[in-house]
Design a protein around this ligand. Sequence first.
Ligand code: GTP
Ligand code: MG
Length: 263
Amino acid sequence: MIELSIIVPVYNEEAILADSVAELIRGFADMGLTAYEIVLAENGSRDRTREIAARLASVHPQVRTFSCAAPNYGAALREGIEGARGEFVLCEEIDLCDLGFHRRALALLRAGAVDLVIGSKAMRGAHDRRPLARRAATRIYNRMLRLTLGFSGTDTHGLKAFRRAALVPVVARCIVGHDVFASELVIRAEREGLRVREIPVDLEEKRPPSVHLLRRVPRVLHHLLRLMAAIHLGIGDRSRASSTKSSSSSSSTSSSSSSSSEP
Ligand SMILES: Nc1nc2c(ncn2[C@@H]2O[C@H](COP(=O)(O)OP(=O)(O)OP(=O)(O)O)[C@@H](O)[C@H]2O)c(=O)[nH]1
Ligand SMILES: [Mg+2]
C-alpha cells in the first residue's frame, strides 16, 4: 500500500534530474517514509531527460516514469495524478525539492485536517528568492485570478499536496492544460468546497526556468479566457467521469498519449 505519490513534471532537466531525485530519496528516508513512489512525468524534452528518468526508474524501485510527445506541464501533471497510487499525492518541481513543505503538508494530510495543501510563495511568512520580475508576475497573475475567477488565496502555482480521492474527480473536470492547469485545479477545489489550506514556502530554485516568462504570457491569457468562459458561462465546461488509472504505468519509460484536454 503506497501512502504517498510524488509527481514531478520534468522537461529538459538533464542537468539536475539525477541529483534531485537522489536528494528526494535521501530526504524521504530521513523522514522515515517508506511507502511512496516518485513519478517522473516527462513530455517533449529534447535533451537526455527521458533517458536519465528511465535509468533512475530501473535503479530505484520506488521511481517510475512516463513520457508523452509534446511539452505540456499541465498534461504531464494530470497524467501523473490520474495514474498515482498513493493515498496522498504531492506535486513537486524538480528545481525545488522542498522537503520542509513535504513534511508539513504530509502532517496536515495525515491528521485529516485538509484535502489540499498549497505551498504559497506570496503569503505572509513565505520567502521567495526568485528575481523581482518573476515575483511581480506571480502577484499580478494571482490578482487576475482573484478578479476574474473569485480565487481567494495567494498562490496556485508550484508545490501542492492533497488527498487523492478528494482531488481526482476535480482533475477530471479541469479543461485547460499547460501552466493554467495548476490554477484551475486549485480554483475548482476551492469553488467545490474542499478543505484547502495554504502554508508559506521558502522558495529557492536550483536553476532559472526553462521557458522565459514573457513567452508564457499569451498562452496563459488564452487559457484564462477559456477558464472564465467555462466557469462563468458554462462554455466548454465538462464533467468527465473520473479515471484513476491505478498502477497503469510501468516502472520504465513508456510512451502514452496525453490524456490532457488539449495539445
Ligand atoms: N513534463 C513537463 N514538465 C515541465 C514542463 N515545463 C516545466 N516543467 C517542469 O515543471 C517544473 C517547474 O518548471 P520551471 O521551469 O521551474 O518553471 P517555473 O516558472 O519555476 O514554474 P512556476 O512554478 O510556474 O513558476 C520543473 O520540474 C520542470 O521540469 C513541460 O512542458 N512538461
Ligand atoms: Mg522553477
